[in-house]
Design a protein around this ligand. Structure first.
Ligand code: SF4
Length: 247
């Protein structure tokens, strides 16, 4: 596994659980609003350029990697102290050895929350069949027709839809989440995104974090939607899913 980061303690990421968060390195999306660009670039220098802004163009380099052995030494030292491990990214499902990695975490007795962008339904099926995940969070980035614009890459939208179905039918607790960006997401877009997950258990609408490094640096100047605007989006969401919250 390519591991780009570790947060040793979190009370916020996995509902009701005390966790550590493992950030895998590398992602197959380039979401304009991504506030973890250092986790998106591959670990080696020289592969990718940011296409969103001429100012931000150039060769990017990801985080230095954390050795898997060091990570597991840390996790062993937290057995009995943490309930679980959140495996986030980057995008964990693009790493072929994800099942083996999750199995090693499970062997230590931790519950696992997996964060995903939903581009790898086959990997989702694999880890679910092996019962390696206890909670799944998947991002809904945009309505179908805007996926490419928002995520910065051509993607196969049928895979996104397949992942939504797999997660909803998994029998596990899950959440969908969407970051809302003025200029990228309108109220109508929010409705269309809600339609994609109509009837789902939980949908979190997230306020853009614009006061940090983003993949599209032009968005760093954008004023996020206000609480009032987000509450209006929530009303749209509540008509479509069982629980919709702003965070
Ligand atoms: S899927 Fe997540 S990690 Fe990847 S670019 Fe988008 S926001 Fe960043």
């Amino acid at each position: 596994m390519l591991i780009g980061g570790l947060q040793k303690f979190s009370l916020l990421d996995y509902p009701g659980h005390v966790t550590a968060i493992v950030f895998t390195q590398g992602c197959n999306f380039r979401c304009q609003f991504c506030y973890n660009p250092m986790l998106v670039w591959p670990p080696e220098v020289g592969k990718l350029k940011n296409s969103f802004s001429s100012k931000n163009e150039g060769i990017k380099k990801g985080h230095p990697l954390i050795k898997e052995g060091d990570l597991f030494d840390f996790l062993k030292s937290r057995m009995g102290k943490l309930d679980g491990v959140v495996v986030s990214g980057g995008e964990p499902t693009i790493q072929r050895d994800l099942p083996e990695f999750l199995a090693k975490i499970k062997e230590l007795g931790f519950k696992i929350k997996l964060d995903t962008n939903g581009t790898s339904p086959n990997m989702l099926k694999k880890v679910l069949a092996k019962k390696l995940v206890d909670y799944i969070a998947m991002d809904i980035k945009a309505p179908a027709e805007k996926y490419e614009k928002v995520t910065g890459v051509k993607s196969n939208f049928s895979k996104i839809k397949e992942s939504i179905k797999i997660i909803r039918e998994s029998g596990l607790p899950y959440e969908f989440r969407s970051t809302t960006v003025p200029g990228l997401h309108s109220a109508e877009d929010i409705r269309k995104m809600g339609e994609l997950i109509r009837g789902a258990d939980k949908w979190f609408l997230q306020i853009l974090k614009s006061n940090t490094d983003l993949i599209n640096i032009e968005l760093e100047k954008v004023k996020p939607y206000t609480k009032k605007e987000m509450e209006e989006f929530k009303k749209i969401g509540l008509k479509l899913v069982k629980e919709c919250r702003v965070r």
